[in-house]
Each structure stands twice: as structure tokens, then as C-alpha cells.
Ligand binder design. Structure first.
Ligand code: AR6
Length: 182
């Protein structure tokens, strides 16, 4: 399985599934969640409604825990080859990083990877979950991604390519340096 770090806008990234760094209520109020909701429908409130309905159908509750995911259709993003949006929730760090945050992030990443495999997609793109509004250190987030993807590669059936998509040049450089790719 390939793991690649790229600098792009995830709302236009041509992977069959893209992941949303959501909150547990799928409110899509800011960050990449807002950007995906806006790009998918043009109307953020409409995508929140669709997401909450999907959550009730798929999870049977009005919130998700770390590791639980909800799938919504890509709608307008289909023109980039995106078929699904997989919503997952990472930990809130507020600058603090410890084993508990790492485990929650691990669950969030693994849950989305497993769902992508279940959906039969070959490629999946992630934003740097929890490294924005949730305030987790980007270096730790990037390291956790690499570890979880390696772990998952042993059981993957359909997923062949995993992308970690960084939005800013700075974040991209930090990620690449952290992984020793430069
Ligand atoms: N493409 C790729 N990455 C992006 C994009 C984009 N278009 N836009 C932002 N990022 P965040 P979190 C990066 O804050 O920390 C929302 O309100 C961003 O630079 O979106 O998990 C949710 O509803 C950062 O590196 O997610 C939750 O309430 C990364 O995506 C809360 O924020 C994640 O930043 C979740 O916070």
C-alpha cells in the first residue's frame, strides 16, 4: 500500500473517498469540514442535514465516538472522481499531546480506513485530522498517520493508496520533514 503526503485542497483531490475531520455532531462549522460541506452542496446547512440523517441511519445516534464513521455522498465533488465523504472525529488537544489523544486519533484514522475498504475504494485522502481547530501538534498527527497506515496495510483488501493532504505550504513542509522525506 502506498502512503503519500501531498500539498492540495482536499475538496478537489481525486481520491475515491475523502475524509472529513468532523466533530462528533457532524456540525461542519469551520475548517476543512466547512470547506467540504460547502464544496459538496453549495449550502453548508444542507450538507449538515444530510450528514445527520446519514448518522441516524448508519449509527442510530445523534453523535459519533472516536473510531465510528459516517459516510455521505460526494455530490458536487463527483466531478473530481470523489465518490464518498467519510466523516470521522479526532481528539481535541488544545496543544496537549499524550497517549490518550494518540489512541483517539489512531481510532479515528483506522475507522475511516476500514470503512474505505468495506466500500471497496482503491484510494482515500485524509486531511491532518485534529491538527487545526482541535489544536493537536501536526508532527504527532503526521507520525500517527504513518504508523496507522502501516498497521492497516497488513489487513487492507481494496485500499491501495492513502494520501495525507496538507493545505498550507508550511504544514506540508513540516509533514515532509517529520517523516524524513526531504
Ligand atoms: N484541504 C485540506 N486540508 C485543509 C483544508 C482543505 N480544504 N482546509 C483546512 N485544512 P480542522 P480539526 C486543514 O480545523 O482540527 C471543524 O469546525 C487545516 O489546515 O479542519 O480536526 C469541525 O467541524 C488543518 O491542518 O479540523 C470540528 O468542530 C486540518 O485540515 C473541528 O473543526 C484539520 O483542521 C475539527 O478540528
Amino acid at each position: 500500500m502506498e502512503f503519500e503526503v501531498v500539498r492540495r485542497d482536499i475538496t478537489r483531490f481525486p481520491a475515491e473517498a475523502i475524509v472529513n475531520a468532523a466533530n462528533k455532531y457532524l456540525e461542519h462549522g469551520g475548517g476543512v469540514a466547512y470547506a467540504i460541506a460547502k464544496a459538496a452542496t453549495g449550502d453548508v446547512r444542507e450538507y449538515i442535514r444530510i450528514s445527520k440523517e446519514a448518522m441516524r441511519e448508519q449509527i442510530g445516534r445523534d453523535h459519533i465516538e472516536h473510531g465510528e464513521v459516517v459516510v455521505t455522498p460526494a455530490m458536487r465533488l463527483e466531478k473530481y472522481g470523489i465518490k464518498y465523504v467519510i466523516h470521522t472525529v479526532g481528539p481535541y488537544c488544545g496543544g496537549v499531546w499524550d497517549e490518550d489523544k494518540k489512541e483517539k486519533l489512531r481510532k479515528a484514522i483506522l475507522g475511516a480506513l476500514k470503512k474505505a475498504d468495506e466500500l471497496g475504494v482503491k484510494s482515500i485522502a485524509f486531511p491532518a485530522i485534529s491538527a487545526g481547530i482541535y489544536g493537536c501538534p501536526l508532527e504527532e498527527v503526521v507520525k500517527t498517520f504513518k504508523e496507522v497506515v502501516e498497521e492497516f496495510s497488513k489487513e487492507a483488501k481494496s485500499v491501495e493508496r492513502v494520501y495525507l493532504v496538507l493545505y498550507s505550504e508550511d504544514a506540508y513542509r513540516t509533514a515532509v520533514e517529520t517523516l524524513g522525506l526531504l
